[in-house]
Ligand binder design. Structure first.
Ligand code: HMG
Ligand code: MG
Length: 315
C-alpha cells in the first residue's frame, strides 16, 4: 500500500460543524473554538459562511467571527461564498480562501442554493473571477457526490461533469463531498478514480460525513488512490441544514489518529485537538461524536485518577 508522507487537513468544524446547530451558538464560543483549533496546529481553517442569514441563521455573525479570530503565520482562513454579495463580505473580512459550493444533483442544488446546477455555475463565475483577481485561493465543493437525499442515486458522470466545470472556473481545489454520509470505500475509489482521469489528485479533496460509520474507512480508501487533502470537523460536529438525517463530518481526532498511526504527518497536535473537541462538545451540552477523542480523553482521565490515588497513598 503506497501512502503519502503528509496530508493536509482543512478543519471545517466552525463552519460545517456549527452551521446546523439548532440553538444559537454565541460568537464568543465560535471564536474560542477557532482559537483552540489554531493553537492545536490547524493551518487550514474554514471559519464561517457568508451566506444568506435567512437560509442559515447560525452563520449570521460571519463578519464578527472573522474580525476576532487570530491569524497565526502560515494559516489560511476560508469561508463559504455562494454569490458576489458573500464574496464582498469575505474579502472585506480578510478571508484568504473562498469556497463556492455546487451539487452533483439538480434537486439538491435547488434545495441548498435555490437554483439549478447550470445557474449555480453562472452565479459562481463572477465570484471565481473576483477571487482570482484579488489573489485569493479558490476552492469548490461538489455536494451529494455519493448520493442525494432528494434524488437518491447520483451518476458518477454528474460528479465528473460538475468537477470539470469547477476546474474551468479556475478552482485550485475541488472537494468531492459525501454530504449525507452514504459512501462506502469501493464507491469512493470508483468516483475518485473517474474524477482523477480529468483532474489531478493533488487538486482534489475528500469531504466525508459519517452517517453510516464509514467516513474513516473512506479517508483510507481515498489515501489509497492518491488523495492527500481532507476536510474534517472537530468532535465530528456537523451536518447540512438542507440534508436532513445526515450526521456530522468525519471527526478530526479520528482522522488524525488514523493518519499518525500510519506515520503520515499532519502538523496537528492530537492531544490539543482532543481538548478542543471535548471543550466544544461540553459547550454544546453533548458528548463528542469522535470515538478517538472520547477514548483518549477517558484514558487521560484514568491516568490522572491513578496519579491522584498514588499521591494520596504516599501522603
Ligand atoms: P435566494 O433567496 O435565492 O437569494 O438565496 P436572493 O439573492 O434572492 O437573496 C435573498 C435574501 O438573502 C436577500 O435579502 C439577499 O440580500 C440576502 P433581502 O433582500 O430578502 O433582505 N442574501 C445574502 N445575505 C448575506 N450574504 C449573502 C447573501 N446572498 C443573498 N451571501 C442563496 C440564494 C445562495 C443566497 C441562499 O440559498 C443561501 O445563502 N444558501 C446557503 C446555503 C448554505 O449555506 N448551505 C450550507 C452550506 S453547503 C454544505 O454544507 C455542503 C458542504 O459542507 C459540502 C457537503 O457536505 O456537501 C460545503
Ligand atoms: Mg459538509
Amino acid at each position: 500500500m503506497k501512502l503519502p508522507t503528509r496530508v493536509t487537513i482543512t478543519e471545517v468544524g466552525p463552519r460545517d460543524g456549527l452551521q446546523n446547530e439548532p440553538a444559537p451558538v454565541a460568537t464568543d464560543t465560535k471564536v474560542e473554538l477557532c482559537e483552540r483549533l489554531l493553537a492545536a496546529g490547524v493551518r487550514q481553517l474554514e471559519a464561517t459562511s457568508f451566506v444568506s442569514p435567512k437560509w442559515v441563521p447560525q452563520m449570521a455573525d460571519a463578519a464578527q467571527v472573522m474580525a476576532r479570530i487570530p491569524r497565526p503565520a502560515g494559516s489560511r482562513i476560508s469561508v463559504l461564498t455562494p454569490n458576489l454579495k458573500g464574496f464582498e463580505g469575505a474579502l472585506a473580512a480578510g478571508a484568504q480562501e473562498v469556497v463556492i459550493f455546487g451539487a452533483a444533483s439538480e434537486a439538491f442544488s435547488q434545495r441548498n442554493i435555490n437554483c439549478s446546477i447550470a445557474e449555480s455555475i453562472e452565479r459562481f463565475r463572477p465570484v471565481a473571477e473576483a477571487a482570482l483577481a484579488n489573489g485569493l485561493r479558490l476552492r469548490a465543493a461538489v455536494s451529494v457526490a455519493y448520493g442525494c437525499p432528494y434524488q437518491g442515486e447520483v451518476p458518477v458522470e454528474s460528479v465528473v461533469d460538475v468537477s470539470r466545470r469547477f476546474r474551468e472556473l479556475g478552482c485550485h481545489e475541488i472537494g468531492i463531498a459525501d454530504t449525507i454520509g452514504v459512501a462506502d470505500a469501493g464507491r469512493v475509489q470508483r468516483v475518485l478514480e473517474a474524477v482523477m482521469r480529468e483532474i489531478p489528485a493533488d487538486m482534489l479533496s475528500g469531504h466525508y460525513h459519517d452517517t453510516y460509520g464509514q467516513a474513516v474507512a473512506n479517508v483510507l480508501a481515498s489515501l489509497q488512490v492518491g488523495i492527500t487533502r481532507f476536510d474534517t470537523s472537530i468532535a465530528g460536529l456537523g451536518g447540512c441544514p438542507f440534508a436532513r438525517g445526515a450526521t456530522g463530518n468525519v471527526a478530526t481526532e479520528d482522522v488524525v489518529y488514523l493518519l499518525h498511526g500510519l506515520g503520515i504527518e499532519t502538523g496537528l497536535d492530537l492531544d490539543a485537538l482532543v481538548d478542543a473537541g471535548q471543550w466544544i462538545s461540553a459547550q454544546l451540552g453533548r458528548r463528542s461524536s469522535s470515538r478517538a477523542g472520547n477514548a483518549l480523553a477517558a484514558k487521560r482521565e484514568r491516568r490522572e485518577e491513578a496519579r491522584a490515588d498514588a499521591v494520596s497513598i504516599a501522603s
